[in-house]
Each structure stands twice: as C-alpha cells, then as structure tokens.
Ligand binder design. Structure first.
Ligand code: SF4
Length: 245
C-alpha cells in the first residue's frame, strides 16, 4: 500500500510526548524529544513497555503533537532539534498514515528524525523521510522472529542511516544474533557495516546487569567483535528520584 497521498484527518494515538536523553544505541547520551505511539501487537516476551500494547482511539491531532514537540524543543537558539518516534509499534499499519504525516511535518520544521522500528516491516514512504532508523533484530528470548531478508533490505537501501539493535538475555540470544550476522554478511555484496548494537536485557529500575554485560562483552571479543555492546542507561537514570542533585 502506498501512503504518499495520505491526508490525516483522524487523531493520532499517542501514549506520551516527552524530552529525555537517549539511553541506548549509537546515539546514547543525546537529548531528544520522544513521541511514543500507543498500540503494538508484536508481543515481545521481555517488552519493557507493555503499557503501549493496547490499541486505543486517537487522542491528539497532528497540530497538537507538533505544537507539543515545539514547546518541548525550547526557545531559539537553545533548541533540541531531534525527535525519536517510538512506541508501541509506530510502523503498525494503523499508525503508518499518522507517522508519515508527522514525519513530514517535523522535517519541514528542521528536526532530525529517528524512528524505533520493531524489525517486522520496512515502510519506504516513512524511511525515505527519516534521518535515522533503529531496527530491531529480535532474539529468541523475545519470542519474536525477525526475517533476515528485512535486515538485508535495510542494509541495501538505508545502511548509511541505520543501526540494528538486539536485546540479549542469554548466550543463546548472542549466538542467534551472531548466526544472523554471519548469514547476512555472506549474502551482502559489500561489507555488511551497519552498526549492530547488543544490549543486555533488564527491567527499568533494576540494577545494571553487570555479570550479563560482562558475559556479552567477552562473547563479542571471542566471536571477533562484530557488535557494539551498549547498555540502556535510561533504565537506571530515569527513576522516581530523577532530578535530585
Ligand atoms: S515491539 Fe517494542 S513495544 Fe512492541 S512488544 Fe516488542 S518491545 Fe514491546
């Protein structure tokens, strides 16, 4: 389905819009505004945002979402000009027309746009507008399978503006990511060089999983270091006492 001529009249289903510092992936530490869509039916077992699963009616129109982003961005010249569109699953077909319109509206206003993709589909109309795509490769502990062909397609068309992310809970997860990395590398004509980030699995508010993180780092070294290992700092940073200094 093509969405180029989509005209947004209905409201967007928004879970939250807020300013925070990116806590994971290769842009870790960068302040940005998160627009979190409500609704996801992918069902990762270890999902840390299950409150975004339920599909609800739209609650904000496009102008209101853009206005809230502009308000959070602050006053010129100290503006935060980055937005991360996330979820839920922002690429679920129910969200796609809204995400496309929002992306176009924010690009017109000069924002750098990242989108957190669950790794289940590529939506070219949206990906063409984005500045960066974070694309999941789901590991066995999630209970969800990523089609390797999608990773190859991502690499072929968007490799200069993408990263792949995998959550690692067990050695089996690491080995599944490595097997996929190897299989994909063998199928790509040129070097498969899209950053692939592994992140240890843990719940928001938990202690950093030191032993698991060390094990992942060791495995990565042993397997020739194809991955970057980056922890999710937001899970220890954004707790109920955030702001006490
Ligand atoms: S795709 Fe994201 S929001 Fe949906 S179940 Fe998986 S981790 Fe949760």
């Amino acid at each position: 389905m093509r969405y180029k001529k989509a005209i947004m009249t209905s409201k967007l289903a928004i879970n939250a819009i807020y300013m925070a510092t990116e806590g994971e992936g290769i842009h870790i530490g960068t302040p940005q505004i998160f627009v979190r869509f409500q609704g996801c039916n992918i069902g990762c077992i270890n999902c840390d945002s299950k409150d975004t699963w339920e599909f609800t009616d739209g609650n904000m129109n496009l102008d209101a979402v853009v206005a809230r982003v502009e308000e959070l961005a602050g006053e010129y010249p100290m503006r935060v000009k980055r937005v991360s569109i996330t979820g839920g699953d922002p690429l679920h077909p129910k969200h796609v027309p809204a995400v496309l319109e929002l992306s176009r509206a924010l690009k017109k206003r000069g924002y750098f746009l990242n989108l957190e993709a669950a790794g289940t589909r590529i939506v070219h109309e949206i990906f063409d507008v984005l500045d960066f795509i974070s694309f999941d490769f789901k590991t066995p502990s999630t209970g969800v399978k990523t089609n390797q062909k999608l990773i190859i397609k991502l690499w072929e068309q968007y490799r200069n503006k993408a990263q792949i992310k995998s959550v690692i809970a067990t050695r089996h997860d690491f080995e599944a990511a490595f097997d996929a990395y190897q299989a994909i590398s063998e199928q790509t004509e040129h070097k498969f060089d899209t950053p692939w980030v592994l992140t240890p699995c843990y719940e928001p508010g938990d202690e950093l999983p030191k032993t698991l993180s060390q094990s992942i780092v060791e495995l990565n070294h042993t397997y020739g270091a194809p991955f970057r290992v980056i922890l999710q700092q937001h899970k220890v940073m954004y707790t109920s006492d955030f702001g006490d200094f």
